[in-house]
Design a protein around this ligand. Structure first.
Ligand code: GLU
Length: 308
């Protein structure tokens, strides 16, 4: 049974909130350091279009790495699987999201699209005649998935990340040398940092999670927004690499496709049932929302969410 009452969901949030004190807000992107450590909010969007939420769900979060799933979907829709996976691999790394180490191995393309190197290679592929058009295409696609044309991006967070992106810059130069990407690195970083700074609330995130849960169909309108094969491929990466190098443990404890971001967002997709959007900026040592992960563990046990 999915959760249907706010009271019930509030109780679960209160339980998970006890863990937020053990986490730490991301500060390597200076603008993210302003987030409130104890915050935890969640929305569940069911396949029948109904929604239940708990916590301060009006709070906005930037997508950060959650955006990587959505640009992957768009690149696959633009070019197809063969072309996309000529630039990026299928395998989990077991390394942190921003690690450069595996790029040294042959072939020197990034191992998967959920680590920063792979996501940058995917953003490189997004079609458009200039950086504005490429970013507009990403934003419009995300607005469509959430059914919310008011979604925008935080210029402050994008700028803050762009100015401090030297590690991502290094990944890009490495990949340029190896022929994975062949564009102006600053342009690519501007598109990527804006994509990561796309801003929404938990309800928007849950709606997008639900579209993926329904294999690409928006349940309220019955419109197909993503081909089923693309939605399934994205969900597979969410299972194998969506929670950074904690994806194995998360699969055991929660057992659903999910993607987290360093802002403290988690998007979950319970296949054929519901989408989940979480915002809890205090992170554990792997970079996942500590309260959000705990909340998903509690929810998984209570609502029998694991697909395994
Ligand atoms: N914009 C972030 C970065 O590239 C995304 C990382 C994340 O959320 O894991 O560092």
């Amino acid at each position: 049974m999915p959760c249907r009452t706010t009271k019930e969901l509030n109780e679960l949030v209160q339980e998970a909130k006890k863990y937020t004190g053990k986490g730490k807000v991301a500060d390597y992107i200076p603008a993210l350091a302003k987030a409130h450590h104890e915050e935890l909010s969640v929305a569940i969007f069911h396949d029948d279009g109904t929604c239940v939420s708990a916590g301060d769900v009006k709070q906005k979060l930037t997508l950060q790495s959650v955006s990587k799933v959505l640009t992957l979907a768009l690149a696959l829709m633009d070019y197809g699987e063969e072309a996309v996976f000529s630039k990026v691999g299928y395998e989990p790394t077991g390394d942190p999201f921003n690690s450069i180490v595996k790029l040294e191995f042959s072939p020197s393309k990034p191992l998967n699209p959920m680590i920063n190197a792979g996501a940058l290679a995917v953003t490189h592929m997004i079609k458009g005649k200039n950086e504005e058009e490429r970013f507009e295409r990403i934003l419009t696609f995300i607005q469509q998935l959430a059914g919310n044309s008011a979604i925008g991006y935080s210029a402050e967070v994008a700028e803050s990340e762009y100015r401090t992106s030297d590690l991502n810059r290094a990944l890009c130069y490495f990949m340029k040398q190896h022929g994975v990407i062949d564009e102006d690195i600053e342009e690519l970083l501007r598109v990527y940092t804006k994509q990561c700074a796309i801003e929404m609330d938990c309800l928007d995130l849950a709606r997008i999670g639900c579209v993926l849960a329904m294999d690409g169909v928006e349940p309220r309108t019955n419109l197909r927004l993503i081909p089923a094969s693309v939605a399934r491929l994205c969900k597979t990466f969410m299972v194998t690499c969506g929670m950074y190098n904690a994806s194995g443990e998360f699969a055991v404890r929660v057992g659903i496709p999910a993607k987290s971001g360093v802002s403290g967002g988690i998007m979950g997709s319970v296949p054929n049932r519901f989408g989940i959007g979480i915002f809890g900026p205090a992170l554990d040592e792997k970079g996942n929302s500590i309260g959000g992960t705990k909340l998903l563990e509690i929810m998984s046990a209570k609502y029998n969410m694991s697909m395994f």
